[in-house]
Every structure is written in C-alpha cells, then in structure tokens.
Design a protein around this ligand. Structure first.
Ligand code: PSU
Ligand code: MN
Length: 300
C-alpha cells in the first residue's frame, strides 16, 4: 500500500527515531470543533516535547496519510462528513477517493503497515451493552488480536460492557496490562469494578514486556490500560446516570452500527455540559505521554 508520510514522520523513519501513532476518529467523530483540533495539536506537541514524533493517521481524498501537516489536520477537524474508517472500510475509502478518519482498528492496521509500534488513543471500542441481542462488538478487538501494535488507552468506556470486552480480548490472546493499579481503568474514571489481567508499574516495564513478546511470531497487539489522572476523573457513579440517559436516548432513536459510539459520546458531552470532553482530553494527553516513553524505549 502506498503511504503518504508527513515530513517529520519521513525523517523519523529514516533516522529510526521513535514514533507514536494517533487515530483520527476521535477528532472527527469523538469531539466537537474547535476542542477536537486543540486536542489533536496539543497531543502531537506533547509527543514531540517528550522526544518522539507524532503520526496522526487518516485517509485524505483517497490517500492514506501517516502524519498530517498542520493545515490538513485543521481541515479534517472541521470536516463534517468524514467517513468513519475501520478495517472493513479502509480499501473502500482509498479506492473511492474518500476523506475518512481512522478508528483504533484502522489506525493499528495503518501504523503496522508503516512500521510504527506504538499508538496512543482515548479508549478502545469493545463489546457494547446488550451485545447478546445486537451483536455489536467493535472491530478494534479483532484488530488487537491480529496486529502487533501496542495501544495505550484509558481502558474502555463504561458505555460498553467492560466485563465482556475483557473476556473477548482474553479469547483473542491479547495481553491487557494496566499501569500502577490492579483495576482495569474505565475511561472517565480511574477504576472499573473489574480487575486488570496484568499489571506493571511504568512505561519501561511495558517496553520490556513488549520486547519479550516480539520474540514470538504473530504476536498480535497489546492493550495498555493507563488510568485518567486523579485531578481529571469523573466518578463512576456520576458517569453512570449520564450513560443510562445516553443509552436510553440511543435506543429510542434506533441508533445502530457505526453511529452508536459517536452518538453516545455526543450525548454524554451534552449531558455533562462539556465536562466529559475535558476529561477525555486529559486522558488522551496522559496516554500520549506514556506511549512516547514506550516508543523511545522500544527503539533502543
Ligand atoms: N473512544 C473514544 N473516542 C472515540 C472512539 C473511542 O474515546 O472517538 C472511537 C475510536 O476511534 C474507536 C471507535 O476505534 O470509536 C470505535 O467505534 P465502534 O464502536 O463503532 O467500533
Ligand atoms: Mn459497532
């Protein structure tokens, strides 16, 4: 596949320097303008300041970009009709010359194609509540099962069925390792009621775990759970009332398929008067920092 690299990513690849991939669905479908653009540029800068190169991934008019120039990123953040591109849509978006934002699944796929080993996001997609009827299980999970990229996330959102999400990842052979606590993080809140299968204390431990894992062939992805900072968390009990309302609204309006996650995020943003967005930005930044440390250690 022909990849379109930004200048800084091209240089980093030539120098074998550390690179951190970033997704773009969070920009177009996860947050409103202009907070989405501020988040995206802020996170990129944080990665540079930490000593790595950011590579925001998206499909722009049919070209798969690994790293976006500032102007392109700004345009994408304002695009109202960008496709939400998961693994299933990638080749379609490219062949049909579409502009689309990549999900966790598609970003992993593209990052791996570009030789990038580490990716920072907010939260992964997972098994939706009510999945036994809807069968709604994010392609992010399958991707973690097959593509060798380390994904740093603040866990999975409580809009999902976290217990089933953990079970599916276990079935797929995906290690789930949480940094600094026993509980698997719940996105807006530091702790879920579920135990993380594995625990390490810092980014260096993750890197050494990953280096060992790389000695096995076909090792698939790894999920690193990094809890939201204390100052930015919203308690699970407070979030639960908003989540219940958002879920009720989604079922009333018959929201299904790709629209479910963006709809719920948008509703929760409204219900929290934007507070959920502040938390979302803080946790993505926190994940970018850890991902940068992991990426630096992995190229050593
Ligand atoms: N988590 C967020 N914000 C997001 C998403 C997840 O905090 O915008 C996006 C990611 O791109 C993830 C996608 O890959 O939602 C999952 O969508 P689905 O459930 O349709 O697979
Ligand atoms: Mn889905």
């Amino acid at each position: 596949m022909q990849l379109h690299f930004s200048n800084e990513v091209k240089q980093a690849i030539d120098n074998k320097a550390p690179i951190v991939a970033l997704e773009s669905t969070i920009i177009t479908h996860g947050m409103p303008w202009p907070g989405n653009f501020e988040m995206a540029t802020g996170v990129e800068q944080l990665i540079r300041d930490g000593g790595a190169t950011p590579a925001t991934i998206a499909v722009i008019q049919g070209n798969l970009h690994i790293g976006l120039e500032q102007k392109t990123l700004e345009e994408l953040a304002q695009t109202k009709d960008a496709m939400k591109v998961s693994r299933a849509d990638m080749a379609f978006a490219i062949s049909q010359k579409k502009t689309g934002a990549t999900t966790v699944a598609a970003t992993m796929m593209a990052a791996h194609e570009a030789g990038i080993q580490v990716f920072a996001t907010g939260g992964i997609g997972g098994v939706h509540r009510g999945a036994s009827d809807s069968f709604d299980i994010s392609a992010d999970l399958q991707e973690l099962g097959r593509t060798p990229v380390v994904v740093v996330a603040a866990g999975a959102k409580a809009i999902l069925d976290i217990a089933k999400t953990l079970e599916v990842l276990e079935t797929l052979g995906v290690p789930i390792v949480t940094i600094g606590q026993d509980s698997f993080p719940a996105f807006w809140s530091q702790k879920s009621e579920y135990k993380s299968p594995l625990r390490v204390e810092n980014a260096l431990d993750v890197a050494s775990f990953e280096k060992t894992r790389q000695k096995f062939g076909n090792h698939g992805g790894m999920l690193v759970g990094n809890p939201v900072p204390t100052a930015n968390e919203i308690s699970a009990s407070e979030m639960n009332t908003y989540i219940e309302q958002a879920l009720t609204e989604a079922s009333k309006q018959n929201i299904s398929g790709k629209d479910v996650t963006p709809f719920l995020l948008g509703k929760i943003f409204e219900l929290t008067n934007g507070k959920s967005l502040e938390t979302n930005i803080a946790l993505v930044r926190n994940n970018a920092k850890i991902a940068t440390e992991i990426a630096i250690e992995l190229v050593k």
